[in-house]
Write a protein that binds this ligand. Structure first.
Ligand code: C2O
Ligand code: CU
Ligand code: CU
Length: 506
């Protein structure tokens, strides 16, 4: 019966009449399942060949109700792809969905024409081979997800997304056992159906009421000090401020692999949408605890939130003596910038035309108050939680990069292959936005809010970095391969509305 193209008004009527599924209706507390691994069909060393199919599946997730999910190989999350630096990778992809899609290799330095760009769709019923070879130095924690124009969020909301690990044969942590925690969220109405976005979802990003770890609600996890833990935030818009009461986290890696050395233990690590982290858990005794997502006050429009702490999992942690190598790898120091490119994220409230924002600046009002005022005056009257407000057309022009909405036929920036580029990514808006660039990893050099520029505390390779409202992040990268690359906000609803732009590497 499913026809994703017909989702929309009719279905919205249905969701208005039904409420959300209460969270307790999904079973919880089962032992954690390891992520299923994608089987390599090849026995030739250095060659990884496998099939991935995207298709609709019915599953009972909560309250005995059927849910139609869209899945990679029938799994949520999709199978873990384990690769080595130097591997030649051939994925035969089949699209059995009712809509066009692509497979994007988030964070991996794959050729532009293999990266699942929105221009490069796989139509319903079609197959497509993705082929790439992983360069040395690419070991890290990545993921794959759909990237079709305007529909990435909808497809991820239905369950599409999977994890990738690229290993190095010279990994200094290779003797440690590993755990993999892929965190996603999903929204179900009380008929078990995945509802379309509300107007607020389009503005603030969609958060599902069920937050899942390896597809499970609040699984029970046994772990220990000598275990390397990789965590993915594959949520559309949910920020995860990870915390384990009674323990501390020793971070050893980011999106693009290991740090130079383990960091000082910390109480919490914030993962914005699409970010990944590697850490060890430090505790001075055996511990029964939980993995929590502490409240993070990401700035939203027209909503006032109660600070809440989410329980993601129940943990039993065995205390062990942990000695980590002090040298993990070298990360090159970036040469000084000669010139920088400005990339400005902004959101233009549809009513800004009649009510210049500048008149409110400097008044001492916080951004939240600012938007609440505007909301009260302009939009709240149409707000019932499901209504589109403002209208879709207005939303489409709201989220911008360098004051433009995404156009797949326009090149926004150009840069030469193999040369250091310096970007000042400026968040000239009232909301947090996670910036993401395709095709390479970057280093964050400094962050600035107001007049104060703070150099980044440690060197790391990243492909996604969060920007606080009014914050500027200076980053440096090289694109080693020519071709077209996207950069965008990784709140998928913002991306889909057009907070995305294109870099031509020449
Ligand atoms: Cu994770 Cu452009 O994507
Ligand atoms: Cu990406
Ligand atoms: Cu955004």
């Amino acid at each position: 019966h499913h026809n994703p193209m017909s989702h929309g008004m009719a279905e919205q009527g249905v969701t208005t009449r039904t409420g959300l599924m209460p969270v307790e209706k999904m079973p919880a507390g089962q032992a954690l399942q390891a992520l299923p691994v994608l089987q390599n069909r090849s026995d030739k060393p250095g060659l990884f060949q496998a099939n991935i199919t995207a298709a609709a599946h019915r599953r009972v997730l909560a309250d005995g109700q059927n849910t139609e999910l869209w899945l990679y190989n029938g799994q949520m999350p999709g199978p873990l792809i384990e690769l080595y630096e130097g591997d030649q990778v051939e994925i035969e992809f089949e699209n059995r969905l009712d809509q066009a899609t692509t497979l994007h290799w988030h964070g991996l330095p794959v050729p532009s024409d293999q990266d699942g760009n929105p221009q490069d769709t796989v139509l319903p019923g079609q197959r497509r081979h993705y082929r790439f070879t992983l360069p040395e130095g690419s070991a890290g924690t990545y993921w794959y997800h759909p990237h079709p124009h305007g529909k990435s969020g909808e497809q991820v909301a239905h369950g599409l997304g999977g994890t990738i690990i690229v290993r190095s044969h010279a990994d200094p942590l290779r003797d440690f056992a590993e755990q993999h925690w892929a965190i996603s969220d999903i929204r179900l109405d009380n008929t078990g159906h995945i509802p379309p976005n509300t107007g607020l979802d389009w503005m603030n990003g969609r958060e599902g009421q069920f937050v899942l770890l390896n597809g499970q609600r609040q699984p029970v996890i046994q772990t220990r000090s000598r275990e390397r833990i990789r965590v993915w935030n594959t949520c559309s818009a949910r920020y995860l401020n990870l915390h384990i009461p009674g323990a501390r986290l020793i971070q050893v890696g980011t999106d693009g692999g290991l740090l130079e050395q383990p960091l000082e233990a910390v109480d919490s690590i914030l993962l914005a949408p699409a970010e990944r982290v590697e850490f060890f858990i430090q505790t001075d005794r055996n511990l029964e605890s939980t993995l929590q997502a502490l409240y993070y006050d990401r700035q939203k429009m027209m909503v006032q939130e109660q600070p809440t702490t989410l329980t993601l999992a129940h943990l039993t942690i065995r205390q062990e003596e942990l000695v980590l190598p002090q040298q993990l790898r070298a990360i090159p120091l970036v040469p000084g910038a000669s010139n920088t490119t400005k990339v400005v994220f902004s959101e233009l409230m549809p009513m800004d035309h009649d009510m210049p924002m500048s008149s409110e600046h400097g008044s001492g009002a916080t951004s939240n108050q600012h938007h609440q005022n505007m909301g009260a005056m302009n939009i709240a009257s149409t707000m019932d939680g499901n209504a589109m407000m403002p209208e879709m057309a207005a939303l489409r022009s709201m989220f911008r990069i360098n004051d433009q909405v995404y156009d797949m036929n326009r090149i926004d920036l150009r840069c030469p292959t193999g040369q250091w580029q310096y970007w000042d990514v400026i968040n000239d808006s009232h909301m947090d936005h996670p910036f993401h660039l395709h095709g390479t990893q970057f280093q964050v050099l400094a962050r600035q809010t107001g007049m104060q520029s703070v150099p980044e505390a440690f060197r790391a390779w990243k492909d996604t970095v969060n920007l606080r409202p009014r914050e500027t992040v200076r980053l440096a990268f090289r694109q080693e391969l020519p071709g077209l690359r996207m950069f965008h906000c990784h709140i998928l609803e913002h991306e889909d509305l057009g907070m995305m732009a294109q870099l031509m590497v020449e």
